[in-house]
Design a protein. Structure first.
Length: 154
């Protein structure tokens, strides 16, 4: 149902043609890049964390890792990823398809500055065989981002 929710969301805003239903898996950065035909760094990977027991998403470039020191500077606590088997309950999408669109109402979305170096980025669209073609500015607009943050290292 997650893919359908994301597709519906983009159809409602007149951008449904940007949602890709892929034949190949897009569940990992490498698989997504191969399926789309882009560089792995252009994959906008969405990571789920708990901050003060509330779910947040941080979307980062595919070639980055969250820097624990930077994370703590921004959120004033250690990075704590949501356990794999609890992600869908907290976020509304299962691992492999987690994206910042059509998420549960209490989920805050942040974008890492690592995404700003690209003209096009490709987040998932609710399942492990999907993606959306967006500019970083469109990603910020359509994900209803709380803020751009700097929590990654390349």
């Amino acid at each position: 149902m997650s893919y359908e929710n994301v597709k519906h969301y983009f159809d409602q805003i007149g951008m449904g043609q940007r949602v890709m239903n892929l034949k190949q898996s897009s569940a990992t950065v490498e698989e997504a890049a191969e399926a789309i035909g882009c560089q792995p760094c252009q994959i906008a990977k969405t990571m789920s964390f708990l901050v003060n027991d509330k779910p947040i998403l941080i979307v980062t470039a595919g070639d980055t890792k969250v820097d624990n020191k930077k994370f703590k500077e921004v959120f004033h606590q250690k990075a704590k990823m949501i356990p794999w088997d609890q992600v869908e309950g907290y976020i509304g999408h299962a691992p492999g398809g987690v994206c910042p669109f059509a998420v549960n109402p209490d989920v805050a979305v942040y974008l890492d500055l690592s995404l700003k170096r690209f003209q096009r980025v490709y987040p998932a669209a609710g399942n492990g065989h999907s993606a959306v073609d967006l500019s970083p500015e469109e990603l910020a607009e359509y994900s209803k981002v709380v803020d751009w943050i700097d929590v990654c290292k390349v």
